[in-house]
Write a protein that binds this ligand. Sequence first.
Ligand SMILES: [Cu+2]
Length: 287
Amino acid sequence: MMIRYAYSKLAAAAALLPLAAPVRADSGWGLLNMTPGVTDISRKIYALHMEVFWICVGIGVVVFGWMIWSLIAFRKSKGAVADTSLVHNTKIEILWTAIPVFILIAMAVPAARTLVDIEDTRNTELTIKVTGFQWGWNYDYLDDGVNYFSRLDRASDAARQLLSGIDPTTVPNYLLSVDHPLVVPAGVKVRLLITGADVIHSWWVPAFGLKKDAIPGFINELWFRVDPDKTGLYRGQCVELCGRDHGFMPIVVDVRSKADFSAWLKATAAEQKQAAANAPAATPAAG
Ligand SMILES: [Cu+2]
């Protein structure tokens, strides 16, 4: 009885923590670091992160090494006497101003370059409008007549209901799966125009190194180009607290080869056209 009670408590807690809930099969030191991701931008961000990381390691080793060596070499038991006359040393002061300035410049130059690249939405080949709403996403392929909603998948939705009796750990990709993923081609510069329909949401896919707020009345831009060999599913979430079901509007991007994508786009456009033609003519003005 006790165990069952504890277990249901645990399951309830797991439901509240969508990111912490899935038990990860992979483990090890590699999980502690950021991943390089699958886009041009994500790799640049990863490189910046590693550069800054190694600078920090270098500073740590020098500063703590020097400190520990000083403590040991100039200890009282060895007869060290404190130099109370030292109040000023111009050479040292110039050095400890100049070195940090050089380090900051070494970090700022590549960081600024990457920021400029992130904002460079020229020469994109495909534009998709992304609208966040309470609680899901709408994807509109502006030039191709394809438009659909993407919501939390049914299995996750059933399991997340209070007292559903469904163990969330039995649901694959619990709270990280949708009914209709965003489909994009690999190796193509894709531009997203991101906005919100009701409140502020935020579109985030970590493997792409991208996150952009979806704000009603504003259109934010972002772009990505997934490596041609990195087709597959990539998952993300809304990362702006947007109301009751904020934790239940995940993002899934289905990256396909160019040929697969074109076939999908054509078929979906035809399907949607057919569906619109078959729909009862209740709103004649809409055509
Ligand atoms: Cu949201």
